[in-house]
Design a protein around this ligand. Structure first.
Ligand SMILES: Nc1nc2c(c(=O)[nH]1)N[C@H]1C(S)=C(S)[C@@H](COP(=O)(O)OP(=O)(O)OC[C@H]3O[C@@H](n4cnc5c(N)ncnc54)[C@H](O)[C@@H]3O)O[C@H]1N2
Ligand code: MOO
Length: 406
């Protein structure tokens, strides 16, 4: 009797996919307005110091702290964008506003709520400590300082930081190009006429959305029928686009009409692996054809999405040079219901998320975990990880979850 080879683990499958990722892809400059969500390709140094000089943090009076115990003569005004040209000498104060340059000679700002003003004279109603309400030059960053590292997926705050450091455009990884090919005689586009045994092709929309959300540029190759020549022709069309990744959907399993693996082989794919220890998503295919990495997703709608989340998303991140984002981010939560003991395949249960009053995250598995159910998937926000052969677990016990891309 031949011994059955154990299926590849999720970790090993991800490692194999990332090891082959031919990234980071090339670099392009984008204007700041287009930079959110892109991945920075080079370390970014500040081109200026912020603040460039000491500024007031409040509306009030700039003064010398040591003089603030006696009435002061107001000798001028400093506002944001138009500082006071003179200086603030002993016994003097300068009217000042938030963001305005601190005048020469002054070292502190008295807020106006604590000041009594009469004509040209202002008196402090409180003790003013030296340096009070002053933002010193360079407290945010200094010219030449590295403010953002290569490989960082830019948040809205990152883009604002780059702007304040005087970068009108940023070097980012070009969006990885990804072609998506659906397969199956039964599939018809939404809204198109259908035969009695046909269904509507839906998986590509989830995959296209995931690609866009993860920073890729997707090309929908449509649906190829279950004929080897037709699938091979569609694969060639995808490769002809010069894509970084070719994603196929369906036809990955063992049925007589599952032609995708054969068609990929006929087009020269070097197979890396087929089948992994995971539910849903066991028949995942991975390999490459020349410089194009190939990911063959299973056809069941939930299996395609779960494999997309677990493998395509990290691949896109890695191609962008974002190795932090390429890792699976598991979070602790508590189970919202009892969980049965798991079988030998690692399982990812579709679940809803809620926050308890004590701040704990509660992940409640959906009743029906069939991998064909788009409706259940759409109502889920996360996957609960169940290890191979994990024992049963009671409601309230700790679980690990992976959030689904929104
Ligand atoms: N005897 C066995 N049968 C199956 C096995 C197995 O190990 N032995 N594996 C099962 C598993 S696990 C999965 S997952 C599926 C995956 O099979 P395929 O990748 O070959 O997928 P298809 O047969 O093409 O389709 C499965 C199912 O999904 C529907 N589908 C496919 N593409 C789309 C699409 N773009 N939009 C909407 N729905 C789609 C298709 O109509 C089928 O109902 O195989 C099991 N079988
Ligand atoms: O693993 Mo399949 O992906 O059970 O549905």
């Amino acid at each position: 009797m031949t011994e059955k080879k154990p299926l590849l683990s999720v970790e090993d499958a991800l490692a194999a996919i990332l090891a082959q990722a031919r990234g980071p892809v090339s670099v392009e400059d984008v204007a700041l307005g287009d930079a959110f969500g892109r991945t920075l390709a080079r370390d970014l140094a500040a081109r200026r110091t912020q603040p460039p000089k000491p500024l007031s943090a409040m509306d009030g009076y700039a003064l010398r702290a040591e003089d603030a115990n006696a009435p002061l003569r107001v000798v001028g005004e400093s506002s944001a964008g138009a500082g006071f040209a003179g200086s603030c000498g002993p016994g003097e104060a300068v009217r000042i506003f938030t963001g305005a340059p601190l005048p020469q000679g002054a070292d502190s700002v008295l807020i106006q709520e604590e000041a009594a003003r009469e004509g040209d004279v202002v008196t402090a109603r409180t003790v003013v400590a030296a340096g009070k309400n002053v933002r010193l030059a360079g407290i945010d960053f200094r010219e030449g300082e590295t403010i953002l590292r290569a490989g960082r997926r830019l948040t809205p705050a990152d883009v604002a930081l780059a702007a304040s450091a005087d970068h009108p455009a940023l070097p980012v990884a070009r969006k990885p190009r990804i072609a998506v090919l659906s397969t199956g005689d039964e599939l018809v586009a939404p809204g198109a006429p259908r035969g009695p045994d046909q269904i509507v092709a839906s998986n590509a929309y989830a995959v296209l959305g995931l690609i866009a959300a993860c920073g890729g540029e997707a090309r929908d190759l449509g649906v190829a029928p279950d004929r080897p020549e037709a699938i091979e022709a569609a694969i060639r069309a995808g490769l002809g686009l010069g894509v970084d990744v070719l994603v196929t959907i369906g036809g990955a399993s063992v049925g007589d009409r599952d032609f995708v693996r054969g068609a990929l082989a006929a087009e020269g794919m070097a197979l890396d692996f087929w089948k992994i220890n995971m539910k849903p998503g066991k028949p995942l295919i991975h390999g490459h054809i020349g410089a194009t990495q190939v990911l063959g997703l299973p056809g069941n709608p939930v299996s395609a999405v779960v494999c997309g989340e677990l493998f395509l998303k990290p691949l896109i991140r890695a191609l962008c040079g974002d190795l932090v984002g390429a890792a699976h981010r598991l979070e602790p939560a508590v189970a919202g219901a009892d969980l049965r003991a798991n079988g030998p395949r690692r399982e990812f249960l579709r679940a809803t998320l809620a926050w308890r009053d004590d701040g704990r995250l509660v992940a409640t598995p959906q009743q029906d975990q069939d991998s064909s159910l788009n409706s259940v998937l759409a109502r889920s926000q996360a996957l609960i990880l169940r290890e191979s052969d994990a024992p049963a677990l009671a409601r309230g016990e700790k679980v690990l979850v992976l959030r689904l891309t929104e």
